[in-house]
Ligand binder design. Structure first.
Ligand SMILES: Nc1ncnc2c1ncn2[C@@H]1O[C@H](COP(=O)(O)OP(=O)(O)OP(=O)(O)O)[C@@H](O)[C@H]1O
Ligand SMILES: [Zn+2]
Ligand SMILES: [Zn+2]
Length: 952
């Protein structure tokens, strides 16, 4: 039975490996063309050396073919360092026409070893690993665990779940699985298991799929003064680890001097020059003999070192029997430990597994699976790790889960615990409430007091880039939000090196780096995979996807999202379009969780130049989309600074309907007023109705009470934005409240718009709200939107007026419905807005806006800037080429101030004293302008197609 199961397993995996190999070769040939190193760059690989980080296998080529192979040990922008496999006497000339090429080679050795292990497995008849194979592949139940005497733990601070896991691992006969969710001390536990096993006299082979994971174990074991040997090419080991490498151990061994002497003799003989044939032949023979002796001595020394070691460490493939381990007798090892097992290809695990009778597998199959190139192979089972497979097959009987985590704030942990770990996790008291503000040198600001922050772009029109190549996605709006948040944290004193920005798309990684790397060189910006196994004090996630279709595509698989969130110790900020990403079931759990337990802010609170999404949509359902978000879940999220109130124990949500308006409010909207949409008892509708009433009233300002929860505040911001109203947040912490106010229409600098567009909304003096968080003058770039908003506001008012009036007084009285429009304006032109259907009215307004946008921003100048024009970053207007200089059209002073501010802002930053950087660089501004242009195009396009439909 076993042999049949083994055979089908081996056959299947050999096929999968073949698939994977083909895919890798294919990918490599695509990469090769890019990696071709030009003559200038080639200067670099001449430097050879050892040390530094591990690397890929590379080949050095010229037009005649491969000259040498080696291992990439270091890459900096100016230098590529390669450790060549053999000592070559390469005569490379740098001043010739043709270039050398340095190519990454697919790792043939790895494939050969994997295949060899599978074939050995198939042929395995009897030996120490027999019963292990039965359990792992034959479906045999593990033997009953043995009794073990009470232990004295080396590490006295182990928690109960860790101790239990240690006891379990030691008492199992063939198989023990240690499931270690993020931050639960899996490696700490594995180290204890190894120490105990060694105490009992066992020889341990300890492996992991990656060099970094192995080095981590070496470091931790070395602290306990264990006799350890690390196998592997020294160029691939961390410098601090190199003294434990087999090479280094041998160099310190007794025979080392003799070996060195023999090497020197060989070198001397090789360099001896002679014309005499006989003599030359003698030299060769001598060299041959010396080499043989060298090999024997080296092997003897290696065997001695390996035998003396209690723990031998290697990567899974590094434990291959074509390496030094072949020197050891069969059955030398008692236990094989594989850490990070859930990230290893199962075939690679079989390399060490065949060398012992018992295995201990540690890892977390709820984090990233082994990486594969071939999607097909992955689906067919290549990415199913041994650990995941066994955990499913054997259930709990062979698994112990570590349940106390030592990394995350309780609020961060709780989401992962519920979503993936059956609610088993608890936060150790040392981390359960830790916040960024508790770090030395970090000021207590709002941001540093939040474990969870959701910056929501829903409804803000911050769409992903529409790239033709839809392999990767980018979202410049999210880049700006991430930048602002990073700045807020850094200003508060959080070290950039303690912050990670994680995003699933490479394009977004690039955009984020472009925008952030120069300002914060220490900031780590990576895709999820680069962070597995690591942690940061603060993690900022940018989920990128934002589109009208609500497409989430291949955004991320659940495990990747889990890894991303659980890297964070004290703070997670998610920047996303909750509306789009909620179409992904698992991401929805994250968004819902943040909405319920975290602070929610809308992008409107960060950026003051947003063109609202759905701007042209007429349907109230679409407008109400913010209201479709999880209801009844939001809690007042802002705690007073320094509040000791525990997460989850906050007061329940206040119903928006029951919230009394602030006493300072100028308007007194009826709380129960139904909006034009009818009487849906929906939060967003409710706010919409309140704001609509305010718009229709004479009031200039509407203040919302500080008791609104963050989610409701977000809705208010969104609705106000949609309606073209000003919306400012004021106050800190608990006192934070929103003021919605009417805008002043832009001064009539633009040419007069066509008929039907010049009626003005009531011009109300803009009353500044207390402690305005935004400058009273709208920021740069706002003019175009300001026009649009004002126009839109006008249209809405007219439409509503007409609607109300029609229901109240019947269609005959239509003319009097415009109660907000001054009489004289109404009569100013023969054709009033009232006489036009709302849609066409709006179209006319938009085309006016487009036209206004197409002429030079200088009032007197009528030159077109449609094709040739330049945007002023200070006033946000476009000017013809004669007027684009700030000094010429009147922005000189602002330009100088701006320049001074930049210097002082970027020169010195004091913790806690910074403000949000709202300035935009010209490139971003131009991008924004393009977006606005697109928007306008879109609107015009919609108008045309509607016209066509009507024409049918
Ligand atoms: N019993 C304990 N008491 C106090 N701190 C602990 C304990 N166990 C683990 N830790 C701490 O928790 C952190 C994570 O430990 P460790 O590196 O062993 O975890 P891990 O599960 O291997 O990590 P990862 O999730 O990255 O794989 C370390 O800082 C470690 O010192
Ligand atoms: Zn001009
Ligand atoms: Zn200007």
């Amino acid at each position: 039975m076993t042999s049949a199961a083994v055979e089908s397993f081996v056959t299947k995996h050999l096929d999968l490996l073949e698939l994977e190999r083909d895919a890798e070769v294919e990918e490599r040939s695509a990469v090769e063309q890019v990696r071709e190193v030009n003559r200038f760059a080639f200067r670099l690989p001449l430097v050879t050396g050892r040390g530094g980080p591990r690397g890929d296998i590379v080949g050095l080529y010229d037009e005649s073919g491969q000259l040498a192979t080696g291992i990439l040990t270091r890459i900096t922008p100016k230098l590529v360092t390669v450790a060549f496999d053999e000592s070559h006497d390469l005569q490379l000339s740098l001043d010739r026409e043709n270039s050398y090429r340095l190519l990454k080679l697919a790792n043939d050795i790895t494939y050969k070893r994997l295949k060899k292990a599978l074939i050995t497995l198939k042929k395995y008849h009897s030996g120490p690993a027999s019963s292990l194979i039965e359990v792992l592949l034959g479906g045999a139940a593990p033997c009953p665990a043995s009794e073990i005497p009470p232990l004295t733990f080396c590490n006295a601070s182990l928690d109960a779940s860790q101790k239990e896991a240690v006891l379990f691992a030691l008492s199992q006969k063939e198989l023990a699985i240690i499931h270690g969710p993020p931050g639960t001390g899996k490696t700490t536990t594995v180290v204890e298991i190894i120490l105990q096993a060694v105490k009992q006299g066992s020889k341990v082979l300890c492996c992991a799929p990656s060099n970094i994971a192995v080095d981590n174990l070496v470091e931790r074991l070395a602290r306990w003064k264990q006799r350890i040997v690390r196998l592997g090419h020294p160029a691939r080991l961390l410098e601090s680890i190199q003294r434990h490498s087999l090479d280094a151990v041998l160099a310190r061994s007794d025979g080392a001097q003799i070996v060195a002497d023999i090497r020197r003799d060989i070198d001397q003989l090789k360099n001896k020059k002679t014309q005499d044939k006989r003599e030359r032949s003698d030299f060769r023979n001598e060299i041959r003999l010396l080499r043989k002796e060298l090999k024997e001595r080296e092997e003897a020394a290696a065997l001695q070192s390996l035998t003396a070691a209690c723990v031998v460490l290697a990567t899974n493939t590094g434990a291959s029997l074509d390496g030094p381990l072949k020197l050891l007798p069969d059955g030398h090892f008692d236990i094989v430990v594989i850490d990070e097992c859930a990230q290893a290809l199962e075939a690679s695990c079989w390399i060490p597994l065949l060398q012992a009778r018992k295995c201990i597998l540690a890892g977390d199959h709820k984090q990233l699976p082994p990486t594969t190139v071939s999607h097909k192979a992955a689906l067919a089972g290549l990415s199913l790790s041994l650990m995941e497979r066994l955990a499913e097959e054997h259930g709990g009987s062979t698994v112990r889960t570590l349940t106390v985590q030592y990394r995350m704030h309780g609020a961060i942990m709780q989401w992962a615990s519920q979503a993936l770990y059956r609610g088993q996790l608890t936060a150790h008291p040392s981390v359960a409430r830790h916040l960024l503000r508790d770090l030395p040198g970090v000021a207590a600001t709002e941001e540093t007091g939040l474990p969870l922050l959701l910056v929501d772009t829903a409804g803000c029109g911050l769409f992903e880039l529409e790239e033709e190549d839809d392999q990767s996605k980018g979202n410049p709006g999210e880049v700006r939000l991430v930048s602002l948040h990073v700045q807020a944290l850094v200003d508060a004193g959080v070290r950039a090196g303690d912050i990670a920005v994680i995003t699933p798309y490479n394009l977004q990684v690039d955009l984020l780096r472009q925008s952030l790397a120069h300002r914060h060189p220490e900031l780590e910006i990576k895709s999820v995979d680069g962070f597995q196994g690591r942690e940061k004090e603060a993690v900022i996630l940018s989920f990128v996807r934002s589109n009208r279709k609500g497409e989430v595509g291949f955004l991320a698989e659940d495990r990747r999202i889990n890894v991303a969130v659980t890297r964070a110790r004290r703070h997670v900020a998610v920047v996303c379009d909750s509306h789009t990403v909620s179409n992904h079931a698992f991401l929805k759990t994250l968004v819902d969780y943040f909405t319920e337990h975290g602070e929610v802010r809308t992008a409107f609170e960060y950026l003051d130049d947003i063109v609202p999404e759905n701007y042209s949509h007429e349907s109230p359902q679409v407008h109400g989309q913010a209201g479709e978000k999880p209801q009844g879940s939001a809690v007042p999220a802002r705690k007073a600074p320094g509040s000791q109130q525990p997460v989850g124990a906050r007061p329940g949500r206040k119903k928006p309907g029951g919230v009394p308006l602030g006493s300072k409010a100028h308007a007194q909207p009826s709380v129960n007023a139904g909006g034009p949409e009818g009487a849906r008892r929906d939060g967003a509708d409710h706010f919409r109705a309140m704001i609509a009433e305010f718009v229709a009233s004479e009031e200039t300002q509407l203040e919302f009470p500080a008791s609104l929860n963050s989610h409701d505040r977000m809705r208010v911001h969104q609705i106000a934005e949609e309606l073209g109203l000003r919306h400012d947040s004021s106050g800190e912490g608990k006192e934070r409240f929103i003021t919605v106010s009417k805008r002043v229409l832009p001064a009539p600098a633009a040419p007069p718009p066509p008929a039907g567009t010049d009626s003005k909304a009531p011009v109300c003096p803009e009353t500044p709200s207390p402690e305005q968080t935004e400058p009273p003058i709208r920021g740069p770039g706002s003019r175009d939107q300001l026009d649009l908003r004002a126009l839109h506001l006008e249209r809405l008012q007219r439409a509503r007026g007409r609607q109300e009036q029609q229901t109240r007084e019947g269609p005959q009285a239509a003319g009097s419905g415009l109660r907000k429009l001054p009489e004289k304006k109404k009569k100013a032109k023969g054709l009033t807005a009232m006489d036009l259907p709302a849609e066409e009215d709006f179209d006319a307004l938009v085309s006016a806006a487009i036209k206004a946008d197409n002429t030079c921003g200088l009032a007197k100048c009528t030159a077109s800037v449609a094709t040739l024009g330049q945007l002023c970053q200070h006033c946000g207007r476009r000017y013809c080429l004669s007027h684009h200089l700030p000094e010429i059209h009147g922005c000189g002073e602002r330009a100088h101030t701006h320049a001074r501010q930049r210097i002082s802002r970027e020169g010195v930053l004091y913790a806690g004293s910074g403000t949000k950087d709202r300035s935009l660089d010209p490139a971003k501004r131009a991008q924004l302008q393009r977006r606005l242009d697109r928007k306008l195009d879109e609107l015009t396009g919609q108008r045309r197609s509607k016209g066509k439909e009507k024409g049918k």
